[in-house]
Design a protein around this ligand. Structure first.
Ligand SMILES: CC(C)(COP(=O)(O)OP(=O)(O)OC[C@H]1O[C@@H](n2cnc3c(N)ncnc32)[C@H](O)[C@@H]1OP(=O)(O)O)[C@@H](O)C(=O)NCCC(=O)NCCS
Length: 372
């Protein structure tokens, strides 16, 4: 019998403090109607804690849902583009926090496609016998790199985390196929210049270098086409047709991207999970949070064919096709939660506003998206 990697636990962590469109109207020249019409977003989470804290809550929920203890896990993969720290990896920081003492741990950066790359890696580790129980986490504190004076980017992104446990199955369920791809040349459309070693040390906290550089329209077009092609390839590789798909869990970048890609694929919108209205784009955390919502809403049923698909910085893309197992409810629930926050969203964003203010004191700097 074929061994596949199947999802046995899932969990998410949503920051309690929200940045609403009304809040954004006080920060930049925008309005609720424009944001909702162009993106579908009403509010997004702004984290008062670090990426690890978000990841920990989601991970504990996923472990409880799988009926496992942290020490049962032998591999921990953390997909993130906003790690709290790069050495040790954020995955190792999380491993210590969870006391997942038997787990190898590493970070994975494929930006918004991180969850799909991570699922593919976890699945390969399991089917090759390298690992048995993989804890996969997608966690982001994206507001840290957002310029809350720049209306073209700051309306889009939010913070959060999602997690899952994957284990071997011989019952015919699990990850059936995957499709991954990248186009480094097109990566210039979406860049965080300072999250690496490039440049002079003195530039590390230069606000122009720090902010997200982003060509929204170019990304939009690449995303719609990229998602369509990737989903078709993954479904083909699984030996299935699009009519067999019961649930689509897309990366939540923009409601219009999801709708346009769904239309091209001919997928009934009722089979597509949409939660961007309340979360915004949370990069590597977005698909696993939507996966939890797909399970909670009952869209995913025992044996469902589930397509997870994403597109993001790099540029990268990917899709997985999974036959869901018999269980769609958690075995247990963790009492892990974030600490309460007594600050307002404006308090939480005050340091971003101060940091980027010099860029907006005079004329706008170089157009966004032209960094590379
Ligand atoms: C960013 C995005 C929402 C912009 O939507 P759009 O329809 O392309 O809008 P445009 O960039 O053409 O801007 C249209 C106008 O609205 C203005 N505008 C931009 N942001 C605005 C805002 N928040 N509020 C009001 N007006 C805004 C622009 O300045 C422009 O004005 P102009 O015509 O006077 O120059 C859209 O391009 C997008 O979602 N791109 C992909 C995002 C994405 O997927 N990111 C991550 C991928 S992982």
């Amino acid at each position: 019998m074929t061994i596949r990697a199947t999802f046995t636990g899932w969990g998410k962590c949503v920051p309690p403090v929200k940045l609403t469109n009304a809040d954004l109207e006080e920060l930049v020249d925008t309005d609720d109607d424009w944001i909702v019409e162009r993106t579908g977003i009403h509010e997004r989470g702004i984290s008062h804690v670090e990426t690890t804290d978000l990841a920990e809550v989601a991970a504990r929920q996923a472990l409880a849902a799988a009926g496992l203890e942290p020490a049962d896990v032998d591999m921990l993969i953390l997909a993130t583009v906003t790690p709290e720290i790069t050495c040790p990896s954020n995955a190792c920081v999380l491993q210590e926090r969870l006391e997942a003492v038997n787990a190898a741990a590493f970070d994975l950066n494929a930006a918004c496609s991180g969850w799909i790359y991570g699922t593919t890696t976890a699945s390969s580790m399991i089917t090759s016998g390298v690992a048995e129980r993989v804890l996969l986490v997608g966690a982001e504190k994206l507001h840290w790199v957002m310029d809350y004076w720049d209306r073209a980017t700051c309306i889009l992104f939010g913070d959060g985390a999602g997690a899952a446990v994957l284990e071997p199955s011989e019952d015919g369920d699990g990850v059936l196929s995957t499709d991954l791809g990248a186009d480094g040349g097109a990566g210039r459309t979406m860049v965080f210049p300072t999250l690496g070693t490039r440049g002079e040390l003195s530039q590390i906290r230069d606000p122009f270098m720090h902010r997200l550089h982003f060509d929204g329209q170019a990304v939009f077009k690449i995303a719609v086409q990229g998602i369509e092609r990737s989903v078709r390839r993954a479904v083909d590789r699984a030996g299935l047709s699009l009519d067999d798909v019961d649930a689509v869990i897309p990366h939540q970048a923009n409601e219009r991207i999801i709708t346009a890609a769904g239309r091209r694929l001919g997928i009934d919108p009722g089979r597509v999970v949409l939660n961007i209205a309340t979360h915004g784009n949370s990069a590597a955390a977005s698909v696993p949070m939507a996966l939890c919502d797909g399970l909670e809403s009952g869209l995913i049923q025992p044996g469902s064919i589930v397509v997870q698909t994403a597109f993001g910085g790099g540029v990268t893309w990917g899709s997985t096709v999974t036959r869901w197992g018999e269980r769609v409810t958690p075995l247990g629930v963790s009492d892990a939660t974030l600490p309460p926050c007594d600050e307002t969203v404006f308090d939480l964003l005050a340091s971003n506003r101060d940091f980027y203010a010099p860029l907006h004191a005079a004329a706008e700097p170089t157009e966004t998206g032209s960094y590379c």
